[in-house]
Ligand binder design. Structure first.
Ligand SMILES: [Mg+2]
Length: 343
């Protein structure tokens, strides 16, 4: 392959409504579009470590990019293998950057093979991806079969009242995911889970702090509701510990937190071997990362509803359009590479 250039283009996306999270309030989402120029093709990636959630910061990713560009300075001919190696070497401590670079390279490799990215990764990719809706972002009329709700910040009686209000807004067969974002301790989590059993709950996500695996394992014995772990899942090592401790029924995987595509696949395969379901989600990313996550979900045959429906959070998104969501479902594009129709 003929290496031409590697560029980064900073972006700033404004949230329609400032976003309150467990780690603070966000008005803007900042990151950069990565453009990898090989032969006559452009591969796209997106690096956007989220402040307070990622261990690396955006400026550190720029330093790593500079080092990569120096390494590649006088390079013309290079193999995909060599590029993967250089990317990994320089983004060892920045998984969000590794994810962006690998996405751009896989975009190139699949275009070169005249395949969509998901089919390049796995010929047996699935064509439909189910997505969950977000209560407050989406409406009951959007017809999501699974809706995510954030609770656990108030006392349990208020949460029960809130959950019963929310339940009454949706059709009876709609399932809810309750994301607690590490807000509870074991005794409160046991009471919380018990009190939520009266509703149609698919799972409760990260009820306890991410490192309290022993308590999470204990909690699973006290409730009928499956326990999903999100913040606890960040690399292969963390996943191995969770499996060893039997602390989860579901993994919520954020590819931009794990970093490399191979590691993501290993985590999903380990989960399957241990009867743990997986869902793929993102971190309020722009269109490129959401699209990359859709390809990963498709290639890894994820049939659970994935957390990739937030396509209307910003006043204007990156100028790439992700597939339209109809009744909580998207169809994977048939175009080569990432498959944006307007790039
Ligand atoms: Mg979560």
């Amino acid at each position: 392959m003929k290496f031409i250039n590697l560029e980064s283009h900073p972006y700033e996306l404004k949230f329609k409504v400032p976003l309150q999270t467990a780690k603070g309030c966000y008005e803007y989402r900042r990151g950069a579009i990565i453009k990898l120029f090989i032969n006559d093709m452009i591969g796209l990636g997106e690096v956007a470590p989220l402040e307070g959630f990622h261990k690396e910061e955006l400026f550190e990713c720029y330093y790593s990019l500079e080092a990569i560009n120096q390494t590649l300075q006088n390079t013309t001919e290079i193999t995909g293998e060599e590029l993967f190696h250089i990317f990994k070497l320089h983004s060892d401590r920045a998984p969000s950057l590794l994810f962006a670079l690998e996405t751009a390279l896989f975009d190139i490799l699949s275009q070169q093979s005249k395949l969509s990215l998901n089919h390049y990764l796995n010929p047996q990719s699935i064509n439909e991806i189910h997505l969950n809706g977000l209560h407050t972002v989406h409406q009951p009329s959007d017809n999501f079969k699974v809706v995510k709700v954030k609770l656990g910040y108030n006392n349990i009686y208020d949460d029960i009242e809130k959950m019963s209000e929310i339940s009454s807004l949706y059709k009876q067969d709609v399932k809810f995911r309750i994301d607690v974002n590490e807000q509870l301790d074991l005794p409160r989590a046991i009471r919380f889970c018990k009190s939520m059993e009266q509703f149609n709950i698919e799972y409760i996500e990260q009820p306890l702090p991410k490192n309290e695996l022993e308590d999470l394992s204990e909690l699973r014995m006290h409730t009928e509701i499956p326990i999903a772990l999100d913040e606890s899942v960040f690399d292969l090592q963390s996943v191995n510990k969770i499996i060893e401790m039997q602390a989860a029924d579901i993994f919520v995987i954020k590819p931009m937190v794990v970093g490399g595509y191979a590691e993501i696949k290993t985590i999903i395969n380990l989960a399957k071997e241990n009867d743990i379901k997986c869902i793929i989600t993102n971190m309020l990313d722009g269109a490129i990362n959401r699209m990359a996550c859709m390809h990963i979900a498709s290639a890894n045959q994820i049939i659970e509803a994935c957390g990739l429906s937030a396509d209307n959070l910003f006043t204007s998104d990156l100028s790439y359009v992700t597939p339209e969501i109809i009744n909580g479902l998207i169809l994977m594009p048939k175009l080569n590479g990432l498959g944006f129709s307007n790039d």
